[in-house]
Design a binder for this molecule. Structure first.
Ligand code: RP5
Length: 164
């Protein structure tokens, strides 16, 4: 039986309703064979469990945390308060304000506790994963090579586009 690899990235989201967007982060990490785990944990609905999970992340081998939330989106900031691991925030597109509320809640951290904030919604989910890969690749040459190849493939695809 294969033992599952120790997760290097934690993908957290405030609600299961965020999964349709955040699955793109998980799929991107999987494309680079980065072991990761995905959890629904909320800054306001499960505050104690969130703090406990993040506080223990470093000891469990996690190197990057991705935290997605919508509305009054304080999940990434709360996570960052409980760890010195890099925290990447992904603002979810909300119904009421199309994610502007989530973006401002995530990005406007007062100085001292950083959250690296990505774009609203799916592009942010993909880029959070790619940035996590880049962070991990700083000490993993094989992963850095995969990232270079990804960029090359992406460029080739754009250059090969034809229009009707
Ligand atoms: C946030 O509230 C979640 O991250 C989600 O984006 C938003 C709405 O959550 P649900 O009411 O759909 O569970 O905490």
């Amino acid at each position: 039986m294969n033992t599952p690899a120790t997760p290097l990235v934690a993908v957290m989201m405030g609600s299961k309703s965020d999964w349709d967007t955040m699955r793109h982060a998980s799929e991107t990490l999987a494309r680079f064979d980065v072991p990761h785990e995905c959890r629904v944990l909320s800054a306001h609905r499960t505050p104690h469990e969130t703090a406990e999970y993040v506080s223990g992340a470093e000891e469990r081998g996690i190197e990057v945390i991705i935290a997605a939330a919508g509305g009054a989106a304080h999940l990434a900031g709360v996570c960052a308060a409980h760890t010195v691991l890099p925290v990447l925030g992904v603002p979810m597109e909300s119904v009421a304000l199309k994610g502007l509320d989530s973006l401002l809640s995530t990005v406007q951290m007062p100085g001292g506790i950083p959250v690296g904030t990505l774009a609203i919604g799916k592009p942010g989910a993909i880029n959070a994963a790619l940035l996590a890969v880049a962070i991990l690749a700083a000490s993993r040459p094989g992963l850095r090579e995969k990232l270079r190849q990804f960029r090359k493939d992406q460029a080739a695809k754009v250059l090969g586009e034809t229009l009707p």
